[in-house]
Write a protein that binds this ligand. Structure first.
Ligand SMILES: Cc1ncc(COP(=O)(O)O)c(C=O)c1O
Length: 359
């Protein structure tokens, strides 16, 4: 069997969920499990959080149906709402909480005949300008939806653009825009993603929406998981499958883009970009061999990558390699590759077997 697995510590996810809840005592939380729980496996994550989660948040009706099949009672929030008119009735059958982010969605909701009313979350565009109604439109639709037959709870939601930049003026403005609407009668309010849960208590409102923090990665460039008290959930582990000596001046990998400046020992690792490792990770990106940091060298191939073992003379074929995980934060690898932990975790491909354990 190809030696590459994503081992996933479900107790770490439970721990991180408890951290989110402890940040905002008395509030409830939609655990964000869209995109296959950021690559961790929605079935296993929902099951792991079965007893403690108040709800789950997803990006599509298909994802919502999967979560509903696993959890009959939890609230399930559809973050982008319905994509077409025909979906409202199915959303009602599944008993979802539905975002309404546009006038079109609001009209479609009012035109739908539903088997039961839905909890509706009017989404305010507080400044991110991706989804959401203007303040005036929220006021207008609040009046039209409150008491409508299709609506059970009428709630307010918005999303931060820069909550990961501490002290951001944009975040202040977004928070103010949200607070400005609270003269209206909303049953529940939700604003905080992981970054806001961890650092902006004024944004906690009634329902948190923790995503990345559940998986033990940081939303911040300057605050690591250990400082935040979070535990990495996924370790992507491979093996050294070949080792060789390379003379000064020799190139390694496609294009020979990395050249040995000293007599070098090169290790080949059983993980490549078809597994989700970033192809653009540059030479120097950290990789852990036998628990020691070494540098990625040369271009990442589809199924393999190469590392410089010159300073690790005892390393040998069969040694364990951690691409990221418990000992090497995914955020560090992401930073080296010019991306985010979010992208690396959610892009681990299907061919990588997930192995689950409890601590
Ligand atoms: C609307 C919304 N809420 C919450 C989240 C969770 O954000 P994070 O993973 O930064 O906690 C996301 C993630 O993209 C989102 O789109």
């Amino acid at each position: 069997m190809r030696p590459l697995i994503a081992s996933i510590d479900l107790s770490a996810i439970r721990h991180n969920h408890a951290v989110a809840k402890r940040c905002a005592p008395g509030r409830q939380a939609f655990a964000v499990v869209k995109a296959n729980a950021y690559g961790h496996g929605v079935r296993e994550v929902v099951t792991a959080l079965f007893d403690e989660a108040d709800g789950f948040a997803v990006a599509s009706l298909e994802e919502a149906a999967e979560v509903r099949a696993l959890h009959g009672a939890a609230r399930i929030l559809l973050l982008e709402g319905c994509f077409e008119a025909a979906e409202y009735q199915f959303a009602a059958q599944l008993g979802l909480d539905l975002v309404v982010h546009s006038e079109l969605q609001a009209q479609q909701l009012l035109a739908a005949s539903l088997s039961r009313p839905l909890n509706i979350w009017l989404k305010l565009d507080s400044g991110m300008h991706r989804l959401g109604l203007s303040e005036a439109a929220v006021r207008e639709w609040h009046g039209r939806l409150l008491g409508a037959g299709q609506v059970a709870e009428l709630n307010l939601l918005s999303h931060f653009a820069c909550a990961d930049e501490r002290g951001s003026e944009m975040t202040e403005q977004q928070l103010e825009a949200f607070l400005d609407l609270l003269d209206l009668d909303f049953a529940q309010r939700s604003l905080a993603n992981s970054a806001a849960i961890l650092t902006i208590p004024a944004a906690h409102m009634d329902w948190l929406r923790p995503g990345i923090m559940l998986y033990g990665a940081t939303p911040f460039a300057d605050l690591g998981v250990a400082e935040l008290g979070l535990k990495p959930a996924m370790s992507l582990t491979a093996q050294l499958i070949a080792c060789r000596e390379v003379a000064v001046g020799e190139g390694v990998g496609y294009g020979g883009s990395w050249r040995a400046e000293r007599p070098s020992r090169i290790g080949t690792v059983s993980c490549g970009y078809a597994d989700g490792y970033p192809r653009h990770a540059p030479s120097g990106t950290p990789v852990l061999v036998r628990g020691q940091r070494v540098a990625l060298v040369g271009r990442v191939s589809m199924d393999m990558l190469t590392v410089d073992l010159t300073d690790l003379p005892n390393a040998a074929v069969g040694d364990a390699v951690e691409l990221w995980g418990a000992q090497l934060p995914v955020d560090e690898v992401a930073q080296a590759a010019g991306t985010l932990g979010y992208e690396l975790l959610s892009k681990v491909t299907q061919r990588v077997p997930r192995r689950y354990h409890q601590g």
